[in-house]
Write a protein that binds this ligand. Sequence first.
Ligand code: AMP
Ligand code: MG
Length: 381
Amino acid sequence: MLPTERVALGDAVGRVLAEEMRAPADLPAFPSSAVDGFAVRAADAGKTIREVGESAAGRPFAGRVEPGTAARILTGGVVPDGADTVVMVEDVRIVGESVTVPASLRAGTNFHRPGADVRAGDLVLTAGMQLGAAELGLAAALGFAELEVHRRPRVALMSTGDELVEAGRKPGRGQITDSNRWALLAALREAGAEVRSLGIAPDEPGALRKLVVDALQTADVLVTSGGVSVGTHDLVKPLLESLGTVHVGRVKLKPGKPFTFATLPDNKLAFGLPGFPVSSLVTFEVFVRPALRKLQGFARLQRATLPVRLGYDARATADRTEYQRVTLRREGAELVAETTGSQSSSRLLSLAGAHALVRIAPGDEGIRAGTIVEAMILALP
Ligand code: AMP
Ligand code: MG
């Protein structure tokens, strides 16, 4: 986990709370009117009583509501001492300073009691929760202007490959556009990382090494794409071996077989993602995102999963777990998964607009249409 820092509420959006939050005081702090009307005593039901003052939001009535009197009250106003209920303006008859209240009045209506929402000492947020709109609103309501959160991981991102050209440039013969860097930039940012994009590294050991060593001066995590298969130009694995310890150099996963993971000095992590666009994003989901969440202190590391009914016959790969891309549609109370078409590891279209990844265990069985499987949700339909 990365160290924590104290940040202002506005900078805490999307961050992960590093410590539990207990309410320092009741919410609401005072009996607060829920309506516009009159603060009265229930014992005065059916009587015509005298208006003696007003309690507006932020401007409480200084006096007491004695028997036979009422204080005009506005939404958010403090229910004055002596009053035990609030009657809505629509339910009274007003003539000058005389107010006739209904014959049936129940004590304790139309206002929020102190501590009704949150009691002093209540545990309201726990460490590991992500701070979204409601959590930040609650923190502010309880009087916190700054929060202790985990630092965002600093990630250095680079593509490798002599065939790559920058997006927007026309590729020459044999060249292709570097798409992984933009896909991974988006995935990393969305996962909470601060990304330093280092461009395209050539398939040349010296140049690649210099770029990586420089990047690691400031980064917590290195993410590369390409250069991890076993071709002679695949330089990432030997480089990581020389800098630290490679723990994984190949996985039984489709797509994503050449996925590489290393630890480097000073607790830094390196992920060598495969070059094929779908492989790089699927291995990101399976390995990199949970690691980034761990670094940020998230209580839950995995994406949410939901049971879905397969709408197609899913063929399995003999010796590798397969993550197939699917769209989801509602059918009654169920979600039905349909394949996004060709699952080629170069075909980004299989992932564009996909709602989920479905895990197909290795073997020759596959999974028949109609079977309920657990899907890793990317976005709900
Ligand atoms: P590699 O892992 O370097 O052998 O690359 C495998 C395949 O992915 C090759 O067809 C590469 O051209 C392609 N590829 C590698 N890097 C990228 C990238 N940054 N953007 C798009 N395709 C890539
Ligand atoms: Mg390459």
